[in-house]
Design a protein around this ligand. Structure first.
Ligand code: FES
Ligand SMILES: [Fe+2]
Length: 335
């Protein structure tokens, strides 16, 4: 096994490449934008901006529908970002109203000039898996179950049907999304960046197994106890951890060339005490904070202009190479 060169530093700062990634990666892949509890009843919606695409997902009589949160009149917002409940979408700008299935109900004071069928909201695909709501902006992307690939088989032993959401949070990192994605893909940094985690697991034996666009992470615990869980990731921004009585979802996407939004959702069984839930959230957030600090320093250094490219360890950084090869493939890059 020999080393491979990393991607060049320009990948992490170039606004032109960022725009290509918006359309060719985040505009194509499935993206986890929330959980089904947020849209459990008619009229309940989730509104989020994913890689610069404002989206709304709504429960319309039990069916989940997704749209660009962009009015067909002059691009006003239908709902504010976040979530809530509504009976129809009434644009915040001039009040055009749409049914929850996207059909235009009324174009205020336009009269006969507007043919409603020409001004339906622009739809996006929506699907769910294990209580997670996914969207895809592309009709060419494989169905969700197929897209999830090895994630489905690797989590098959975990029953998540009785879990409820106990915690949701958002975190911003001042780094390109690939800095964060690549950091997620290796355990090589654990002894330096995560001293607490390093006391629990044998980081020298941290393994990242690659199956297509999915990676399976494993590390033995120092006390020799058997960890009954599965740590799974799928390109570009989905990370799922399964435990005996819970599941955590981490979904991330860019907000710009040098900002990444990380969204956490924890699901637990009713038998897990609030203190145990809190402890799981606290330790995950501590690890995230440690990763944020190092990723932001790396971003600063990539932007400084002195570093061109480095090398990847075949032993520890195959997952990083996967992120870079997926980006190359999506963008048709050769560097
Ligand atoms: S932009 Fe929506 S009503 Fe004008
Ligand atoms: Fe880390």
């Amino acid at each position: 096994m020999s080393t491979t060169p990393t991607a060049p530093a320009t990948w992490y700062t170039d606004p032109v490449q960022y725009d290509q990634e918006r359309w060719r990666i985040f505009g194509r892949e499935w993206c986890a934008v929330g959980d089904t509890e947020q849209v459990g009843e008619h009229g309940h919606y989730i509104a989020r901006v994913v890689a610069g695409f404002p989206l709304v997902i709504v429960n319309d009589q039990g069916t989940l529908r997704g749209f660009h949160n962009v009015c067909r009149h002059r691009a006003g917002p239908l709902v504010d970002d976040g979530g809530g409940q509504c009976r129809s979408f009434v644009c915040r700008y001039h009040g055009w109203a749409y049914q929850l299935d996207g059909h235009l109900l009324s174009a205020r004071d336009f009269g006969e000039d507007v043919r409603a069928e020409n001004f339906s909201l622009l739809p996006v695909r929506v699907d769910t898996w294990r209580g997670i709501v996914f969207v895809s902006l592309s009709n060419d992307t494989a169905p969700l179950a197929e897209w999830l690939g090895g994630l489905v088989a690797h989590s098959a032993d975990f029953d998540t049907s009785g879990l409820v959401v106990t915690h949701r949070s958002e975190h911003r990192i001042a780094a390109n999304w690939k800095v964060y994605a690549e950091n997620y893909q290796e355990g090589y940094h654990i002894p330096l960046v995560h001293p607490g985690l390093n006391k629990q697991i044998v980081s020298s034996r941290y393994e990242v197994e690659i199956e297509g666009a999915v990676t399976v992470h494993r590390a033995p615990t120092r006390d020799g106890s058997v960890t009954n869980g599965a740590w799974l990731w799928r390109f570009p921004g989905l990370a799922l951890n399964f435990y005996d009585r819970g599941m955590s979802l981490e979904s991330y996407w860019p907000e710009g060339p040098t900002t990444t939004l990380v969204s956490y959702t924890f699901f637990f069984d009713a038998s897990v005490s609030p203190e145990e839930c809190e402890a799981a959230v606290t330790s995950s957030t501590a690890v995230l904070d440690e990763d944020r600090i190092i990723c932001e320093s790396v971003q600063r250094n990539l932007a400084a202009g002195v570093y061109e490219r480095g090398i990847l360890s075949p032993r520890y950084e195959a997952g990083v190479a996967l992120v870079q090869s997926e980006v190359r493939r999506a963008l048709g890059l050769s560097n």
